[in-house]
Ligand binder design. Structure first.
Ligand code: NAP
Length: 245
């Protein structure tokens, strides 16, 4: 069988980087996507040094036309797109009474609309290969809500409805779609939390520690495996037991 191609957004750092490294270790060719060419190049070098293969596509996922173009380009260069991981995400937190239209729109565009656009573009190529694995990286905020994150929680919750719908639409074509919802993972996104609040929160978790990007990558590897074809439409909370969703 030819090498499977995995398109991973937000691969320049944090969770996306760990997903890319893991999928490459599992033998996939990984297309690394974010806005920053330099950091993506560093991830590619790390993958190649470890014996894997990867390529770089710098694009703003908030620009739907550019994102769809890059997916089509990948399919024509590599002949296939088998796995899509919609991981790129941002927060623009604020209480709802003070949240601006811009804060709302930007978070919905980057976290949710980009996933819809990428799925629409990638599914055409997956259908041709009669195989596909789509993973949307949501958040426990999208499952249980979070004060100060109405925009982010709406986007992440939207990913769950989007995933269930496409799982129903595309299941007969050999394409699965699942959500991974991380809890608290130690990355740039979460490093602003004051130490005392952070520790108190971690102590409240059954596993008594923060998540590592590799914890999320392991779940992505599981749902994108060739033999995971009977698992679809699911939301898996990888959160140290925080929600038990
Ligand atoms: P991070 O360290 O801030 O990394 C975010 C990634 O998204 C970067 O690679 C960034 O790349 C990319 N990105 C952001 N805006 C983009 C855009 N407009 N176009 C293309 N790429 C863009 O975040 P993280 O913690 O790894 O989070 C990854 C995902 O997990 C996100 O969807 C996040 O919501 C979700 N999540 C994280 C946690 C957590 O505790 N960390 C919890 C739940 C869910 P560039 O800046 O290079 O473009």
């Amino acid at each position: 069988m030819e090498q499977r191609v995995a398109f991973v957004t937000g691969a320049s750092r944090g969770i996306g980087r760990a997903i890319a490294m893991r999928l490459a270790r599992d033998g996939r060719h990984v297309v690394l996507v974010s806005r920053s060419e330099g950091p993506l190049g560093d991830v590619r070098s790390a993958i190649v040094e470890a014996g894997g293969s990867a390529s770089v596509k710098a694009v703003d996922v908030g620009d739907g036309a550019a994102l769809a173009r890059v997916i089509d380009e990948t399919a024509s260069e590599l002949g296939r797109v088998d796995i899509l991981v919609n991981n790129a995400g941002i927060t623009r937190d604020g209480l709802v009474l003070r949240m601006s239209d811009e804060q709302w729109d930007e978070v919905i565009r980057v976290n949710l609309t980009s996933a819809f656009v990428a799925i629409r573009a990638a599914a055409r190529h997956m259908m041709r290969g009669k195989f596909g694995r789509i993973v949307n990286i949501s958040s426990t905020s999208g499952v249980v809500g979070n004060a100060g994150q109405a925009n982010y929680a709406a986007a992440k919750s939207g990913l769950i409805g989007l995933t269930k719908s496409i799982a129903r639409e595309l299941g007969s074509k050999g394409i699965t779609a699942n959500v991974i919802a991380p809890g608290f993972v130690e990355t740039d996104m979460t490093d602003k939390l004051p130490e005392a609040a952070r520790q108190a929160f971690l102590d409240s978790l059954p596993v008594k520690r923060g998540g590592k990007p590799e914890d999320i990558a392991a779940a992505v590897a599981y749902v994108t495996a060739d033999d995971a074809g009977y698992l679809t439409g699911q939301t898996i909370c990888v959160d140290g037991g925080m929600t038990m969703c």
